[in-house]
Design a protein around this ligand. Structure first.
Ligand code: PRP
Length: 287
């Protein structure tokens, strides 16, 4: 494995599907069979390691994995209070969630002083308590955190919230968000020159896929006299292409917009005289 770059991803859980999808869209071909924990790319010198989320930060910090996709919540929890050799490279924009305090719905909480808090994120919670001068006790539990207030193990919990359905199902209410999280690409800081070269290629491709997610290619026709006004309305477009049309008074404008195009923008374009407005998805961008 010395000359092959290793990329660690979660073997199952909320990040798995989008992590494998992102790697495949970056042109790294691999296939997995059943419960295999290692997949070798057949077109690049890259191996994919399927591991537990919790293990990813230490694997990358120790150099056992070179790159990884991990939830920022896990990265922060596992990196607090220790020296690590991890560099965060890209916010990937998926698996967005937050780490929040929550309490039983009937519990009227004024502050967290002297509370018993159950969580799978003890380091993050302890740091928050320290930063906010709160004196409370923290119990580490690896799963079923939502149960702990009902068995007397805690007064409140601190856990991940995404849709809020789990809190709702357990009759809990969110009180305070302490961390916003999403999937991030991380890298070991001390790669060999050879691995650094492969990593650069992978990072630039992943960035290209991420950039493309919100980008749209817009095409429309408009009177030549309106070009400036129309271009001002196209969000995040650098330098649109203006193409003459058969009707010499009209031109076509083609633009790569690196921000979402909402219906409101299209309606404004139409109101300024644009017609045949097409908004198309973009698959990859190499800047
Ligand atoms: C997290 C968290 C909650 C749930 C919240 O668990 O522990 O149980 O997601 O999501 P919701 O707000 O959309 O209901 P996850 O599935 O990530 O697995 P975990 O228990 O291993 O953290």
């Amino acid at each position: 494995m010395k000359n092959r770059l290793t990329i660690a991803i979660q073997k199952k859980g909320r990040l798995f599907d989008q992590s494998t999808d992102l790697i495949k869209k970056s042109g790294i071909n691999f296939s997995t069979k059943g419960d295999n924990l290692l997949a070798k790319s057949n077109n690049l010198p890259i191996d994919i390691l399927f591991v537990r989320s919790d293990d990813i930060p230490s694997l990358v910090s120790n150099g056992d994995a070179d790159l990884a996709i991990v939830g920022e919540n896990v990265l922060i929890e596992k990196s607090l209070f220790k020296r690590t050799y991890i560099e965060k490279i890209i916010d990937l924009g998926f698996s967005k969630c937050r780490l929040s305090f929550a309490a039983p719905k009937n519990n009227k909480i004024k502050n967290f002083n002297n509370m018993k808090i159950a969580t799978s994120y003890p380091n993050t919670v302890k740091k928050y308590l320290k930063d906010n001068n709160i004196n409370a006790s923290v119990t580490n539990i690896h799963g079923s955190v939502e149960l702990t207030p009902y068995i007397g193990m805690s007064d409140i919990i601190c856990d991940l919230v995404s849709s809020g359905a789990t809190l709702e199902a357990n009759n809990l209410k969110e009180i305070e968000v302490i961390l916003q999280s999403q999937a991030v690409l991380i890298k070991n800081k001390n790669l060999t020159k050879n691995k650094e070269k492969i990593a650069d290629k992978v990072i630039s491709r992943i960035q290209g896929v991420v950039n493309a997610i919100e980008s749209k290619y817009v095409m429309l026709n408009v009177d030549a006299s309106k070009v400036k006004e129309i271009c001002k309305l196209l969000p995040g477009s650098e330098s649109p292409t203006i193409i003459p049309l058969e009707d010499s008074k009209k031109v076509a404008i083609h633009a790569l917009c690196q921000e979402p195009i909402f219906w409101e923008t299209m309606e404004k374009l139409k109101a300024k005289g644009a017609s045949s407005i097409l908004v198309m998805p973009v698959e990859k961008i190499l800047n």
